[in-house]
Design a protein around this ligand. Structure first.
Ligand code: PEP
Ligand code: MG
Length: 571
């Protein structure tokens, strides 16, 4: 039977199901009679965890590097820690409680102690390590195993309740043909990453984990959001053909790779790419991007086991700038918080993480983290056309404060005789307050880039991760279109440009509206660029302008979408 959920990343996948489930670990306070017997059970869980960690260490050393692999040495040390073993045995002997319960108590105690050492980065990292190790050991003890994306070695469709952005980053495209999750929206970060990795994906498929069995065959159409469990021969044939057509269309579009993006009446715009790491550069170049409109640097942090230092970051930014000679590269400063976490950075629990200490707010309160990144960026500026972008700006004061830190870093580097090139500074427009003070913000920066994923979530007060309010993700709503007009006009009056790096920029139907509103740069997943270029090159700018002005007066999204169907913006 065909079912539908939210289409998150284009393309067709046909493969067998791989259920990606984190087990629940219920450790009960259980009294025992035989201490030695219970201890042996824990000891064997520790032994098999050791074997597993050695395997992962080996794999990491081969596929990433020795430095990243070293983190697992710390895990092995924790497994063999004599003090933990002594304390566990003490509880077992004194209180006659089970080894699993005692191990849980002791490891949690260390996690709390390490986490409380707020200023000690090393101890914070150890807390994350102890948590990880304890989870693995207790899962083994209970006869359960933790999901490991690296262990996938055959063609599969990953089925999960949710995938964190770092789970998604570890998926190996060679084997993972697609994924489908129970929760999430079109703009949750695992969906965004799927588009960047060009993995077909569907999100918001409620109860899918219960509906499938391991190794069932599944068809997933990430373009329409349709999925089929154990398809019949006819469905199999239909989607195999659709998969071939999809690939053929991609090949056809390659002819547009080196073209500029100019309307029939000679209005030029720029189509740039969103990336999450330097590894995306191949796809950026293959798809004819005219620059990088958003480099989400948080993935560099999320893929590391500890805070990346200045040199590591400098090398990564330099690589992207050198990979895009004579082209603009917008690198966004760290945007952690919301649905993006760093295992090694302990943050106060928040009631509403998307409204909390996220992105620039976190950076301004963690100066050491912020300055390390800014120094790395400034050093890398010598290697290309760097545009530094601050996320989650809400006020002029925040922008001025961020710029002040940037100039302090520049001064420090000059005193250290480090080379700095030219660079530009811009901000994301993704909090509604900034729309209405755009003309003031424009005085202090060189460009704007609209983050519609957040701008829409904050305007409609609808969590972008929550599929039950996903109907309020309405990029075509006149409220959003009018906000865009205010921002773009304010930027042009101030003589600066406005781009868009939110997912709306790759919403195919939105292209004539954004063009008509005067958007200067459209930044999207590399795989969407050529199709967008083909469409814009057939449009007439003046007609698109008239269309945009007309729909600004409408009162709902459906009416705007209906009006777009006339397609009277082509020449
Ligand atoms: C946005 O909010 O539109 C955006 C591009 O940033 P992110 O999706 O990383 O929050
Ligand atoms: Mg955002």
């Amino acid at each position: 039977m065909e079912k539908k959920a939210i289409a998150a990343s284009e393309g067709i996948a046909i493969a067998s199901v791989f259920k990606f489930e984190s087990p629940t670990l219920d450790i009960v306070k259980e009294t025992i009679e035989d201490v030695e017997d219970s201890w042996q059970k824990l000891a064997s869980a520790i032994e098999s965890s050791k074997a597993e960690i050695l395997d992962i260490r080996d794999h990491t050393a081969k596929t990433i590097d020795e430095e990243s692999a070293a983190i697992f040495d710390a895990h092995l040390q924790i497994l063999e820690d004599p003090e933990i073993a002594r304390e566990v045995k003490e509880i077992m002997n004194d209180e006659k409680l089970s080894s699993a319960y005692a191990y849980d108590v002791v490891t949690k105690k260390y996690v709390t102690i390490f986490e409380s050492m707020e200023d000690n980065k090393y101890m914070q990292e150890r807390a994350a390590d102890v948590k990880d190790v304890a989870k693995r050991v207790l899962a083994k003890y209970l006869g359960k195993s933790l999901p490991n994306p690296l262990s996938i070695k055959r063609d599969v469709i990953v089925v999960a309740h949710d995938l964190t952005p770092s789970d998604t980053a570890q998926l190996n495209k060679q084997y993972v043909k697609g994924f489908i999750t129970e929760i999430g929206g079109k703009t949750s970060h695992s969906a965004i990453m799927a588009r960047m990795l060009e993995i077909p994906a569907i999100v918001g498929a409620k109860s899918i984990l219960n509906a499938v069995n391991q190794d069932d065959t599944m068809i997933l159409d990430g373009t329409t959001g349709t999925y089929i469990i154990n398809p019949n021969a006819e469905q199999h044939q239909f989607y195999t053909q659709k998969h071939k057509d999809f690939a053929a269309e991609k090949t056809r579009l390659k002819a547009l790779k080196n073209m500029k993006t100019i309307t029939k009446d000679n209005h030029q715009v720029e189509l740039a790419a969103n990336i999450g790491s330097d590894q995306d550069l191949t796809s950026v170049l293959e798809n004819g991007a005219e620059g990088i409109g958003l480099y989400r640097t948080e993935f560099l942090y999320m893929n590391a086991q500890s805070m990346p230092d200045e040199n590591t970051q400098y090398e990564a930014y330099k690589k992207v700038l050198e990979g895009m000679p004579n082209q603009k590269v917008v690198i966004r400063t760290l945007d952690i918080g919301g649905d993006k976490h760093l295992d090694y950075l302990t943050m106060e629990p928040e009631m509403n993480p998307f409204l909390g200490k996220r992105a620039l707010r976190l950076c301004l309160s963690e100066m050491a983290i912020f300055k390390t990144q800014l120094r790395a960026l400034l050093r890398a500026s010598a290697y290309g056309d760097l545009h530094i972008m601050f996320p989650m700006i809400a006020t002029v004061e925040e922008l001025l404060e961020a710029k002040e830190v940037l100039s302090i870093c520049a001064k420090e580097l000059q005193e250290e005789n480090m080379a700095i090139g030219d660079y530009k500074v811009g901000i994301m427009i993704e909090i509604p307050s900034t729309v209405f003070i755009a003309k003031h913000l424009a005085k202090h920066c060189d460009f704007f880039s609209v983050g519609t994923n957040d701008l829409i979530q904050y305007t409609f007060a609808a969590d972008r991760m929550n599929e039950s309010v996903s109907y309020l993700y309405q990029p075509f709503h006149p409220s959003i279109l009018n906000m865009l007009k205010l921002v773009i006009d304010a930027s042009h009056e101030a003589g600066i440009w406005t781009g868009m790096c939110g997912e709306m920029a790759q919403e195919y139907e939105a292209l004539p509206l954004l063009l008509g509103l005067g958007l200067d740069e459209f930044s999207m997943s590399p795989s969407s660029i050529l199709k967008s270029r083909e469409s814009i090159c057939k449009m007439n700018y003046k007609k698109a302008q008239a269309l945009a002005l007309e729909v600004l007066t409408y009162d709902n999204s459906a009416a705007v979408l209906q009006r777009l169907k006339k397609e009277d913006y082509y020449d």
